[in-house]
Design a protein around this ligand. Structure first.
Ligand code: NOJ
Length: 532
């Protein structure tokens, strides 16, 4: 890397799900004053930017991803002035603030949709995706919603169907309409003028749909009860011709305000994902790389090939990024177990590229079983197994009732994990071997060592199929990362000959010189080693 890197390249992003981070007013739901009260914690932890899932006015059919007003704040989260204060307070602490921008759909309660649905000749009719019924009166085609059922909803008043790729209360905007584009870019400008440092753009690869409305192919093997979003291939609803022009327009809008970051939520195979950097690197800075979130198998060889192929596929000059968890997928500590999740955390924070950490994953928070009567998520309506509520539970701050998230006696919007008395920020801050101490130490080292934040990456092929090893190097400083994916001791080889010094083990109990010809790792151990 020759130029001085940007904050979004060397830094770590921390995702906050505002409903669940910190309840500042004692109503059982997290809010912006709550986030402000925890900025010092985030500074202590060592992250560089916070990304907030939506905070806008919304009927909450999809917990804020159904926006009724893009330029205000939902009263349960606070006021616009609270958001302004958050920006000021975060910047004082050298933390950047990234907002979630949801351009594919609005809420059905957004005034634009209210106008659009009022009559066929309303000037905003074409702002949404209205179509006539099929000849038999049914929906215009076979497209299914990510939350289950047809993606089309019949509207009695005007006799047409509207498209909703998500909930029926999330009508899709028509991004072929230039007025829609301009209105949405004005939303970006509104927040950029208020000092927002960038956006994570929701379902960026889905904004355009096939104009001929061709049917999507069904995925073989899908059966009722499986995740509804996996039912069809998105051949005619995702990654459509023309999308890159829109992505470039969004980027241009951000660039007009200086150094702001553009992150794209895109679930695509890596070769198609790479196009979202733009041919001239003029699209997203960071098209989210979800390979670690979606991988069905977590074993050393699979992960090694993923990293290697991704590195190879990156266009010249494009900056990598890695994600381990988010509000849509099960918690990493539940997928891999808490012990292996420590190895995964070391991987995330030592790879080349911007890491994104989901709130609570720094503690090893796990999915929480939610009783059916407390379930909220629309994605779980056909089968509770697909609900995302278990990975959105309140942050565990301390061992007081309600885990310090809400005052004692308040009913929190989702239940608190039963293990909160042991697994919480306050307890883990005191424990030199805790998950939190590991995360913080990794973040501290990542800040201190340019080899980790901006050095080169090289895979080191291993004889041992349970181990993954790689080298990070910057201006002559060389660091080795060796990870054991197995539940048993392993010998790691081959490694570069000579001596090294373990500067961090995921078990947090050894710092020592080692002969790299005989490196042993304990079960679920990862080590960061400084080479002589
Ligand atoms: C992706 C978001 O991450 C998810 O939470 C949401 O339900 C859909 N987009 C719809 O906005």
């Amino acid at each position: 890397m020759t130029q001085t890197p940007s904050w979004w390249q060397t830094g770590t992003i921390y995702q906050i799900y505002p409903r669940s981070f910190m309840d500042g007013n004692g109503d059982g739901i997290g809010d912006i004053p709550g986030i402000i009260s925890k900025l010092d914690y985030l500074r202590w932890l060592g992250v560089d930017a916070i990304w907030l899932s939506p905070i806008y006015p919304s009927p909450m059919a999809d917990f804020g991803y159904d926006i009724a007003d893009y330029i205000d704040v939902h009263p349960i989260f606070g006021k616009l002035s609270d958001m302004e204060q958050l920006i000021v307070e975060a910047h004082k602490r050298d933390l950047k603030v990234i907002l979630d921008f949801v351009p594919n759909h609005t809420s059905d309660e957004h005034p634009w949709f209210q106008e659009s649905r009022s009559s066929r000749d309303n000037p905003r009719r074409d702002w949404y995706m209205w179509h006539d019924p099929a000849p038999d009166g049914g929906p215009p085609n076979n497209w299914t919603s990510f939350f289950g059922g047809s993606a089309w909803q019949f509207d009695e008043q005007t006799g047409q169907y509207y498209l909703h790729m998500f909930d029926v209360k999330q009508p899709d905007l028509n991004w072929r309409n230039p007025d829609v584009r301009e209105a949405m870019y004005n939303v970006l400008r509104f927040w950029l003028e208020r000092g927002i440092d960038g956006f994570r753009v929701d379902v960026l690869w889905m904004l355009l749909k096939d104009e001929q409305l061709r049917d999507n192919p069904q995925r073989p093997g899908w059966k009722p009860g499986d995740p509804p979003y996996a039912r069809q291939e998105g051949r005619y609803t995702e990654d459509q011709p023309g999308i890159h022009e829109i992505v470039r327009e969004m980027r241009k809008t951000l660039d007009d305000f200086g150094e702001r970051v553009f992150i794209g939520e895109i679930y695509l195979p890596i070769h198609r994902l790479m196009h979202y950097y733009g041919e001239m690197l003029d699209e997203a800075h960071l098209p989210f790389n979800f390979q670690f979130v979606t991988t069905p198998t977590w074993e050393a060889r699979t992960i090694q090939s993923m990293v290697h192929e991704y590195e190879e596929a990156l266009p010249e000059g494009a900056w990598p990024n890695w994600v381990l968890g988010n509000h849509d997928r099960p918690r990493v500590a539940s997928r891999l177990g808490r012990e292996q999740a420590r190895v995964a955390q070391m991987l995330l924070l030592t790879l080349r590229g911007t890491p994104t950490c989901y709130y609570g994953d720094e503690l090893g928070m796990q999915n929480v079983a939610i009783p059916p009567e407390m379930m909220h998520d629309p994605q779980g309506k056909d089968n509770p197994v697909n609900s995302r509520d278990p990975n959105r539970t309140p942050m565990q701050w301390d061992d007081t009732p309600n885990a310090g998230f809400s005052p004692a006696g308040v009913q929190t919007w989702l239940p608190i994990a039963s293990d909160y008395q042991n697994n919480n920020v306050a307890a883990e801050q005191q424990d030199p071997c805790s998950f939190l101490t590991l995360t913080r130490t990794l973040l501290t080292l990542r800040r201190a060592l340019p080899a980790l934040s901006q050095g080169t990456y090289q895979t080191l092929d291993q004889d041992n199929a349970n181990c993954f090893a790689f080298l990070r190097e910057h201006e002559g400083a060389r660091y080795l990362v060796v990870l054991n994916f197995a539940d048993a001791e392993q010998i790691v080889k081959p490694l570069p000959a000579g001596q090294g010094r373990i500067i961090l083990s995921t078990h947090l109990d050894r710092e020592e010189d080692v002969d790299l010809a005989h490196l042993q790792l304990r079960a679920h151990e990862g080590c960061l080693i400084k080479l002589a």
